[in-house]
Ligand binder design. Structure first.
Ligand SMILES: C[S@@+](CC[C@H](N)C(=O)[O-])C[C@H]1O[C@@H](n2cnc3c(N)ncnc32)[C@H](O)[C@@H]1O
Length: 193
């Protein structure tokens, strides 16, 4: 599987050792709920999930890559964070609990077309009524051809409108391990209460 191979062979340019600056801003400015139960979809080696855990959230991170989950658990143990990590596919994972906050960075933009509506439906199912989700994806303003597909504002609106209330889409940068800035969209959405 692509993701597992990437983690095993260390080909993971997205794996910043610092929490994503847009997530940090979202927590500081109260764009997300101030605390509660949080889920990171595609949590990778856990940097962003651990940031949420260290900022008042009770966090579960899920990822399809067992190697990523193992590394995330090791990081959580090293800093003594009570953060859970599980191997799971968000398109199928249906726990009994629901979340106040869902964060994701780099999952939606990697999905094939037919999986996008299933993803939007999954996020809706996993959120509590009134819960919020912050999604970061490559934007169609990012030049060049390498890396994941670029996503337009229109695509985001069309895919998520049937499931969630869109609060805003903003231009932001994601930063990769080479400290390169990637033009991206941050999208904040809410499940109607
Ligand atoms: C671009 S990486 C970003 C990882 C992490 N969010 C970060 O910013 O470092 C995308 C992550 O999503 C995971 N992933 C991809 N499809 C997934 C799915 N259907 N369910 C759960 N995780 C998935 C991959 O294994 C990978 O760790």
């Amino acid at each position: 599987m692509f993701w597992e191979q990437a983690y095993r062979f260390g080909d993971i340019p997205w794996d910043s050792p610092k929490p994503d600056p847009t997530l940090v801003r979202a927590v500081r400015r109260g764009w997300l709920k101030p605390a509660g139960r949080a889920l990171e979809i595609g949590s990778g080696t856990g940097t962003n999930a651990l940031y949420l855990a260290q900022n008042g959230f009770r966090v579960v991170g899920i990822d399809v890559s067992p190697t990523a989950v193992r590394r995330a658990r090791e990081k959580a143990r090293a800093v003594g964070a009570a953060c859970q990590f599980r191997v799971a596919d968000v398109l199928r994972w249906r726990p009994s609990e629901r979340f106040d906050v869902i964060f994701e960075r780099g999952v939606f933009h990697s999905l094939e077309d037919e999986k996008r509506p299933i993803y939007a439906h999954s996020v809706r199912t996993l959120l509590k009524p009134g819960g919020r989700t912050l999604m970061l994806c490559f934007s169609d303003k990012e030049p060049g051809w390498g890396g994941p597909r670029r996503i337009s504002r229109r695509e985001i609106r069309e895919i998520f409108a049937p499931c969630l209330r869109l609060l805003w889409i903003r231009d932001v940068n994601m930063v990769d391990t080479k400290r390169q800035k990637i033009r991206s969209y941050a999208t904040l959405m809410e499940k109607p209460g």
